[in-house]
Design a protein. Sequence first.
Length: 80
Amino acid sequence: MVLSSHSLAVECHCWKERGKPIVPREWCLFRFCGTDIEDPPHTMFLCDHPKLVKIHEIFLAKIYAEVPGIRGRATSPWTF
């Protein structure tokens, strides 16, 4: 995510590939909710689609198991 090397629509649709036109950013709606641009902030912090929430829960359970002291440290997505 940090280096824009991910498969979110906002990134991969802007690649010029095999004669395909570049897709405007505002057309890159998130595949789960379809309500906002599929970019890292929306994907990781803002979208509340049930499938994505479940993915987050599984991921966080693994993190909390590995680093128990990390739970509760963030007061918002922007301070994590």
